[in-house]
Design a protein. Structure first.
Length: 94
């Protein structure tokens, strides 16, 4: 199967520059992610925090925003200090 014009294992992902905008919502925080290039299988986690995420794996399609909701009692500042992102780009080659 070919994806993006080549087999997935041969696709050369560019390093994404992912920007995050946070805004308060009822019972949590909305996070909007944007990337300058395709960011495949972005994984969102929060170091040591027990939070509910509306989505923790998603693709960012170059400059197209994607928003998730994080249900938490923490402030936006506290939440953002613990955020961690990883994508296919971050997986070391074999």
């Amino acid at each position: 199967m070919k994806t993006f014009g080549t087999k997935p294992k041969y696709f050369k992902f560019l390093k994404p520059d992912i920007k995050i905008e946070a805004r308060n919502g009822d019972n949590g925080v909305y996070l909007t992610f944007k990337s300058n290039v395709l960011a495949k299988n972005v994984f969102v986690s929060f170091d040591g925090l027990d939070v509910y995420l509306s989505d923790n794996f998603f693709d960012l399609l170059g400059k197209e925003p994607f928003t998730i909701f994080v249900k938490t009692d923490l402030s936006t500042t506290e939440l953002m200090s613990k955020i961690s992102l990883m994508s296919v780009y971050d997986i070391p080659p074999r």
